[in-house]
Design a binder for this molecule. Structure first.
Ligand code: ATP
Ligand code: MG
Length: 421
């Protein structure tokens, strides 16, 4: 894509009312637009990142048997009353509204109830199970505080998956497969080393659950970790009994700030019992389905990645989620020969299937470099008059600052090698 065609512009200052680093950088670089506190629109560059994350999550969910669908945002009051989750005392994040035709509706903040209800139409016999479904959906939550930028939205994209099994054995196998799939997701996002699975109390949902917590200064949670022993414990469940069972002392643990990037729940047969979602067993009796749910905070992850991968100049996207692989900067635009040379490289990079943002604008070199640092695309290629005279391009790796002068051939060889991995 030619940067001269991109409608977004970078800005030097973040809005005064935006306290979080992730949103400041994303807004300044033109990735998101702030509609109001906790509500952000995703612009072309930001959407490209969201779609990259979704593609990784989608691959991993499909690999364990997930089938993608998309449920509705409007929710029936009566349905959530069945499970006692309509009351604001029970769920404190509801947005609710009234239909002109009469009746109340809620805006979906999670989807266990509607998906469970829908499944009554598709689950009758034990032969219909298991079923695993997931969606990427914009959740609406009336969060009291929204000061963590895109990490806590009142409107945000979640991947939520739901499992419907015959019983505990099948459920446990899928639950464990999901844990492994989640580990692969976070590793592919560049967060593998800093993401820990912790045991948590059930919260609004159920008696037990696991959280995926990523070390992040801007996170709102805290966990105790011991990397050598591979132990991570939620602050809220730390007690003598837990320490003893894990054979670790409090002195051996370090408290770190984290952001919850995923959460998985086991409902047993309770949720389906409340919803009257049953299957006919081989014996002929009606049995409540064993349910689980599995969330990943897609847009929260955008924020976590920005918080963790950025420096004083701007963002530093991991290759796996970067909006483009290469930022090609054409300098000395006024010189037609140099411009043709840069245009030529742009065309051949695209031909090779390498995604490129091409800064073809008539701006000073300093401004272009500052924008490029802020936007944070993994590789910057500079096409300049001097380089052309020498037959080389300057290639700068954003993450390390490494600068190399490469010919076009060398450049492709380098990219082929790194894109293979
Ligand atoms: P938190 O404790 O941070 O409020 P939660 O327990 O309410 O999270 P879940 O209901 O399990 O979260 O949602 C699944 C995932 O969605 C979370 O693990 C998190 O990554 C993400 N998420 C939850 N609330 C928000 C939000 N307000 N903005 C962005 N992402 C969110
Ligand atoms: Mg919450």
């Amino acid at each position: 894509m030619r940067q001269s065609q991109l409608f977004t512009k970078t800005r030097r200052e973040a809005p005064a009312d935006e306290p979080s680093k992730n949103a400041q950088l994303l807004i300044r670089a033109g990735f998101v637009y702030k509609e109001m506190a906790g509500v952000y629109a995703y612009l072309p560059l930001g959407l490209a990142v969201v779609e990259k994350i979704k593609a990784i999550v989608r691959e991993e969910m499909n690999a364990i048997g997930g089938q993608e669908l998309i449920m509705t945002a409007l929710q029936k009051k009566e349905l959530w009353e069945k499970t006692d989750r309509w009351d604001d005392e029970k769920v404190d994040v509801w947005f609710k509204s009234e239909l002109k035709a009469g009746g109340e509706v809620g805006f979906g903040w999670s989807h266990e109830e509607p998906i469970g209800e829908m499944m009554k139409n598709y689950i009758t016999s034990y032969k219909d199970l298991p079923i695993y479904v997931y969606q990427f959906q914009t959740k609406l939550r009336n969060e009291l505080r929204a000061k963590s930028g895109v990490m806590r939205g009142r409107e945000f994209v979640m991947k939520d998956m739901y499992s419907f099994c015959l019983g505990q054995k099948d459920h446990d196998a899928f639950y464990n497969a999901t844990i492994e799939a989640y580990k692969r997701v976070y590793a592919r996002l560049g967060l593998g080393e800093d993401t820990f699975i912790t045991f948590a109390s059930g919260g609004a949902f159920t008696q037990f659950s696991h959280e995926f917590q990523t070390i992040c200064e801007a996170g709102e949670d805290a966990i105790y970790i011991n990397r050598e022993k591979g132990i991570a414990i939620n602050e809220e469940v730390l007690n003598d009994e837990t320490l003893a069972s894990l054979k670790v002392t409090k002195e051996e643990l370090t408290l770190v700030k984290t952001a919850e990037v995923g959460n998985i729940f086991n409902f047993g047969r309770q949720k389906a019992t409340d919803l009257e979602l049953t299957y006919k067993a081989e014996t002929g009796e009606d049995v409540a389905v064993w349910m689980g749910s599995y969330g990943i905070g897609v847009t929260r992850l955008v924020g976590v990645i920005v918080e963790k991968f950025s420096d004083e100049k701007g963002m530093v996207w991991p290759v796996s989620v970067a909006p483009f692989y290469v930022h090609l900067i054409g300098l000395n635009n006024e010189d037609n020969a140099v411009k043709d040379w840069a245009d030529g490289l742009y065309a051949s990079l695209k031909e090779r299937g390498i995604s490129v943002l091409y800064d073809d604008r008539n701006l000073r070199a300093g401004e272009k470099f500052a924008d490029s640092d802020l936007i944070g695309i993994p590789y910057r290629i500079v096409a300049s008059k001097r380089g052309q005279a020498e037959g080389t391009f300057e290639v700068v790796t954003r993450a390390t600052g490494e600068v190399r002068q490469l010919t076009e051939e060398e450049l492709y060889a380098d990219f082929d090698a790194s894109l293979d991995t």
